[in-house]
Design a protein around this ligand. Sequence first.
Ligand SMILES: [Ca+2]
Length: 310
Amino acid sequence: MRIILHFFASAVCIAIVCAQDSFTCVRNVNSCSQSEDQRTTSGQVQRALPGKQGPVGMKGEKGDPGTPDQEQINRLKDRVAFLEKEIQDKSTANQRTTDCPLIAFKFPRYQQITDHVRYRSYFPELPQATICAWIESTEPAASVVPAIMSYAVPGHTNELLIEIGRGRNFRISTNDRLLRKFALSSSKWPYEKIHFCAFYSQPAGVVGLFVNGVLRGTQLVTQSAVSGGGDLVFGQDQDAVNAGGFNPTQAFSGNITNPMIWPRLLTASEISGIVRHCVCPKDYAIVMTLDRVELHGNVEYFIPDVCPTL
Ligand SMILES: [Ca+2]
């Protein structure tokens, strides 16, 4: 019975196809047979082949769009102005993204040997570096030479030292040697907060200082790379490794905000970005966030509400 039905279906298929188009009769008869085979094996009815596309109809004429009235024009102008402003705002926001990690340390007193912040992650070897921070302070006693930061390695306890000596001299030392003093006398230090970026480069043989984004000076020097693996503290001067040998006349009092170290010389434009827009290049080597530091003595920390800028 099944064979009879299949024979009957094939015959109907051939008759229809050949009646429609005798030229393709043979080919389509083959497809009818194949279709029959597929239906037999799968047990499902296949869809018929798509028919030929009919002739394309006539296109209608477009209607007259009419002349926009002044109100429509004004609305469009307003819309364009709104979108332009939105794009501009987003662009400005992207430029001023606050990349600088926000952290401030308060060193409440001079003349002691306990208050300091110690960095607890690994300090890499730095053939060159830029060290930046905001600092604010009060006038120290004449005998005090406050150390902003001190980095010590075995054999060189002043492997990298930044301090503000008598006469408001900003002093940068590497490899146990004072490289250069830069006078801060023309700034309002210590009565106003300042931003400094001290830099040195062993390959370029140079040391220098930016204050509030302005280059204060450079000096050609011969020096070695700053060795890695040592001890970094802020607020005291180490005269021995492992945060040892503090001297009360070298303690810093005041605030140090956003201290960071980059393993290269920042450009003047990048330093201006930090000072004016709080945009910090992201390739820093050292950042003093709370997960990487210990606070000792009476040091307190706080997170500034806004990133400091000039
Ligand atoms: Ca020292």
